[in-house]
Each structure stands twice: as C-alpha cells, then as structure tokens.
Ligand binder design. Structure first.
Ligand code: SF4
Length: 295
C-alpha cells in the first residue's frame, strides 16, 4: 500500500505494522520478501493495492453466515496458494479485478451493511491483510457494526494473525491437508499442514468457538474442510487435531462439493468427484469425535 493511497499516521499501530510487512513482504508464510509498495509482486501476484473482483450479497455460504440479507462478500484477486483444483482460477490465478483504494473498500463495506448484509466476508484475504484492517478500522469509525469474516485458504502466518486481533470477528479458514507431500503436489505449499495448524490455534486463541445468536454467527472459529478423493485431504487427521488440540466442539463444515477444476485433470488421483461413501465417512467421524457440524 503506497503512501500515496493511505496516510498511515491516522491509523492504529497494528494497521501500520501490517502495512510495513509488505516491503519486504513477510505477510504470509511464503516470505517472498518482494517490495510490494514499489510495485513488485511475489507468489500471490498482487502489489500494494487490493484488486477486488466482486462485491455483493452472497447466498451460497453456510446458513449461519447468510441470513435474510446474504453474506456481504468482497472477493480479492490473487492468492498465496497454488491449488491445482482451484474453483476460482480466474480470480486467484488470472487475478481479474479492479484496483481498489482503502476509501473505496471502506465504502464497499458500509454499502454492504446498508444493503442488509449479515456480515462482511473477506474472501482470499491473506495477502491483503493490511488494507483490510485499515478499511475495517475506518468503516467501524463510520458506523460498521456487522461481524467481519476472514474467509481464508488457511495458509496464514501467526505473526500476521496476531496483528489482526480485534479486527476479525469470525475466522473461517480452510484446513486442506494433513500431509506435506500432498500439500506440495496440490497447492505448492509443503509446509501447509504445520503452518495451517499453527494458524488455526492462533485464530481460536483470539475468537474461541463459533458463537451463534438467532441462527447467525456473531464470532468464533468455523473450519471449512473439503473432502478430496482417495483420502488425499487427510480428513481424519484434521478432525483428530481439531478435537484434541483446538476444542472438542469446534465448528466444521465438511464440504462435499469437490469437482476437478483448473488443472486437476493432470492429477489422476483427484480427477474425479469424491464418492458419497468417502464424504459420509468423514462426516460420521467428525460427529463421532463430537465436533459441531455446520452445513
Ligand atoms: S503475501 Fe504475497 S508477496 Fe507476501 S509473502 Fe505472501 S505470497 Fe509472498
């Protein structure tokens, strides 16, 4: 975020620190160390200014996030993961979107709230943590009251998450893999399992278990886990981790909607839909371990 676009003096220390972390960029575990405020790009492909691909109410999220007005989604272009089965490759990899200032981001959030949206849902936020925190701070100063949702692929660094403490009400990370070799092959992130588990611990430390009031999530941790064919997602290990190391009643959405997208056809093991049995086994195991199932 260049100083031409944001006067850092008027923001809190965490916002300033998040902003400083992009040059050299150590915002996420990739540690690319590129100078994003000077226009350089790293793995995520985005420099200092957010690129937003869409803003609007979304009714396809979990019912606890939707409500009558929908979840107020803001989709960010670029991504710090390289998933070969990406379902949004035009946004994540081709980076379709428009450059958006902090002021525009702030107005977009307030507009979603005025439209009746239940929350503000930042989709693929990790590489844009600074502008997001700045815009939340600014929007709250102008009357934003709905919960904020950090809807992430789960490849987040603990240091960055610590700086986001207080800005985010609901953390909604993916837990994609439990095996390093699979994470390397499918997302180009061999350290995903340990990074992801450390991130989930930090998120839970900040916001606790998912809290739902009148059928709508107001705060807490909601895990998304996409079941892959051939047990490649390490579902049982992930469920064990949540039950044993986070909380026995962690909220989890065991997602069944995997389909081979993007370049998945080049990977024979994921070039099919998961079977109903593969999905049911994971759901049953999560229930057996006492987790809170969200659909
Ligand atoms: S946010 Fe982007 S540039 Fe920064 S370390 Fe992560 S992938 Fe690299």
């Amino acid at each position: 975020m260049s100083k031409a676009h944001i006067n850092l003096e008027s923001f809190s220390e965490p916002v300033r620190k998040l902003t400083e972390k992009i040059s050299p960029c150590t915002l996420c575990p990739r540690d690319c160390k590129v100078l994003r405020s000077e226009g350089e790009v790293g793995f995520c492909g985005i420099a200092d200014m957010p690129r937003v691909s869409s803003v609007g109410p979304h009714f396809g999220e979990e019912p606890v996030l939707v409500g009558p007005g929908g979840s107020g989604t803001i989709f960010f272009a670029g991504c710090n993961l390289g998933c070969v089965f990406c379902q949004n490759s035009d946004i994540s990899h081709l980076r379709y979107g428009s450059e958006t200032s902090i002021e525009q981001l702030t107005e977009a959030m307030l507009g979603l709230q005025n439209h009746g949206c239940t929350n503000i849902n930042f989709v693929t936020p990790t590489h844009m943590a600074g502008p997001i925190a700045a815009a939340i701070e600014s929007a709250r100063g102008k009357g934003l009251t709905v919960p904020t949702v950090y809807n992430t692929g789960g490849y987040d660094s603990v240091d960055t998450l610590k700086l986001l403490s207080g800005f985010i009400d609901i953390y909604m990370p993916d837990m994609k893999y439990a095996d390093s070799e699979v994470a390397k092959q499918l997302s180009d992130a061999p350290d995903y399992p340990q990074v992801n588990q450390a991130a989930v611990k930090q998120m839970h430390r900040q916001v606790g278990n998912l809290k739902v009031e009148n059928g709508l999530a107001v705060s807490g941790l909601l895990i998304r886990h996409l079941v892959l064919p051939n047990r490649l997602a390490g579902s049982f290990e992930i469920i064990d981790f949540l039950a044993d190391e986070i909380s026995a009643s962690t909220a989890i959405n065991v997602m069944a909607q995997y389909r081979p997208c993007y370049t998945a056809d080049k990977h024979p093991q994921i070039n099919r839909y998961p079977t109903a049995e593969e999905i049911d086994q994971v759901r049953q195991y999560a229930i057996q371990k006492g987790l809170t199932i969200i659909r």
